[in-house]
Design a protein around this ligand. Structure first.
Ligand SMILES: [Zn+2]
Length: 365
């Protein structure tokens, strides 16, 4: 996939090409944007074009055929050093050699590149550097040898130390419009347009996330279960909230885990981080469903919908609520996510959530 195939990041790519055209490529780049929008994909293609033996011109791009291009595609290039976090953090021993660990990635800085004129250090999640790692990188960013190219990717400018930020040329990556993502998913994966549209709507402007969803058929089954549950909420009395909450906690589990569901250990696991993470992800489905409900309430039964295939169910469910409550529910889901991310008890939080989401007594149309 050359630079020209990157989805929806024309401005960022134009900035990179301009720098190449002026022969003024800064030695340290910081690519900034939400997760999955294409920072790493762009970085790899840009690096490929920089190391390519016969790069295309106007517009600048990799040839895709030379040995350097092929080795980068196969992740086998000796002058491309990719640095990913170990667990949740990029730790000091990954950068500089420490006893009991493999050699640090930056220890090769003084040595000239092997296969071309540049050696590239690509930090794919620079926001995961702890202070120690980030500080240790500063000196290298300040006076890199002439053949060194740094590319750091991070979710936000504030996610890296200001001292790191100030030593890099920043390139911003934007959320990609839903229609562009839907078109790409339909084109690159064998999926019907309706499914591509749903996946695009769930991807929050991140093509990477959309392709991960498209490549996980089990995610589709899980979405269907969660949507069925969301529909039942609209037809349930308040007294059913506790049962619905339990169903949500079960439906939110990734399919692989759900199969080997235990007994008592399960209750203990309810409070752990992964359960909260699962429920947070399940809330993407609930949020999209409630957005559709609100669209029906505000614009009528022919409103444009994400879940086009469930229009009848959505119209039926929307009729069970007053519009004010639907607007509140959208807000409730938003707040719930943040609340859960801050260590809320999953069982209690989901019960409170369900009590709020069920149609309020006497308000059904
Ligand atoms: Zn090439």
């Amino acid at each position: 996939m050359p630079l020209s195939d990157i989805i929806g990041q024309d401005a960022a790519i134009a900035a990179l090409r301009t720098a190449v055209g002026r022969e003024a490529v800064p030695q340290s780049y910081l690519f900034v944007g939400p997760e999955g929008v294409g920072k790493s994909a762009t970085a790899l293609e840009f690096v490929k074009a920089l190391l390519c033996k016969q790069p295309r011109q106007d517009p600048f791009d990799a040839c895709g055929a030379c040995t350097n291009c092929a080795r980068i595609t196969e992740n086998q290039h000796p002058d491309l050093v990719r640095i990913l976090p170990d667990g949740e953090l990029t730790k000091i021993w990954q950068l500089w050699s420490r006893t009991g660990h493999p050699p640090g990635a930056l220890e090769t800085l003084p040595f000239r590149p092997i296969a071309g004129s540049k050696r590239v250090y690509l930090f794919e999640k620079a926001e995961t550097m702890n202070e120690e790692s980030a500080n240790s990188l500063l000196k290298a960013l300040e006076e890199p040898p002439p053949y060194v190219q740094f590319v750091l990717c991070a979710t936000a400018p504030t996610a890296v130390l200001p001292t790191v930020l100030s030593r890099c040329q920043m390139v911003r990556f934007r959320q990609v419009p839903t229609e562009i993502i839907a078109g790409a998913v339909e084109r690159y994966r064998d999926l019907p347009a309706s499914e591509a549209r749903i996946i695009a709507a769930y991807s929050q402007g991140a093509p990477g996330r959309a392709f991960r969803l498209a490549d996980a058929p089990e995610a589709r089954d899980q979405r269907e279960s969660l949507l069925a549950l969301a529909e039942r909420i609209a037809h349930s009395p308040g007294i059913a909230a506790f049962r619905l909450a339990e169903e949500l906690r079960i439906a939110a589990k990734p399919p692989a885990v759900k199969g080997k569901k235990g007994d008592k250990d399960d209750e203990a696991a309810e409070t752990d981080k992964s359960t909260r993470g699962d429920i947070t992800r399940a809330m993407d489905v609930f949020a999209a469903w409630h957005d559709d409900l609100l669209s029906v309430a505000l614009r009528g039964p022919n409103a444009p919908l994400v879940h086009e295939d469930r229009r009848a169910a959505l119209v039926g469910a929307a009729n069970r609520y007053r519009t004010e409550q639907l607007a509140e529910n959208v807000e409730t889901l938003f707040t719930f996510r943040r609340h859960l991310a801050r260590n809320a008890n999953a069982q209690l939080a989901t019960e409170v959530l369900m009590l709020k989401l069920v149609p309020r007594k006497g308000t059904a149309a």
